[in-house]
Ligand binder design. Structure first.
Ligand code: NI
Length: 176
């Protein structure tokens, strides 16, 4: 696999909808290994495949209890009750913004072993999963902000958000 690196705000890969994984094979497990290395290097708590330019529905996280990876995750239920907490993102470095998320969710996904799982999540776990699923749908925390907040944040980020070179988007192996 090509050397992967974290794509940052402005990179078109971050606004694309990722494609479902057809088969959980060694290629997917390799991808997960790569993602884990990159996430731990960057000291993040979560990372989705499109953040390294791979448009597949795969994400990982570690909330201090070890690495967890999900493939083709679906949020099949979200509580109406929301909570607002500050979130950061490795693709939008150096900012933290308050984002409203459902307090509780129900998730269906595949594990790296190809096993189907279904579970409920709340608190930080629910927040991280909603954040990462957003990445798979091409949505960044900036897209979840009000226009005014977004403008303010972009001004704070200026210099950084200006010219980001268009980078190659890897679609290899997905839906072919
Ligand atoms: Ni993120």
């Amino acid at each position: 696999m090509a050397v992967l690196s974290i794509r940052r705000f402005g990179d078109p890969a971050l606004n694309e909808k990722s494609l479902p994984v057809r088969e959980v094979d060694h290629g997917i497990r390799d991808l997960i290994k790569n993602l884990a290395e990159i996430m731990y290097d960057a000291q993040g708590i979560g990372l989705a495949a499109p953040q390294v330019g791979v448009l597949k529905r795969v994400f990982i996280f570690d909330l201090g209890e070890g690495l967890v990876s999900y493939i083709n995750p679906e949020i099949v239920w979200r509580s109406k009750k929301t909570e607002e907490e500050e979130e950061g993102c490795l693709s939008v470095p150096d900012i933290k913004v308050p984002i409203k998320r459902s307090e509780k969710i129900k998730v269906r996904a595949l594990t790296p072993e190809g096993k189907k799982v279904e579970f409920r999540a709340e608190g930080l776990l629910a927040r991280v999963i909603q954040h990462e699923v957003d990445h798979l749908d091409g949505i960044l925390i900036l897209d979840r902000m009000s226009k005014a907040e977004r403008r303010k944040t972009l001004q704070q980020m200026s210099g950084f958000a200006q010219t980001v070179p268009q980078q190659e988007i890897l679609r290899r192996g997905s839906h072919d």
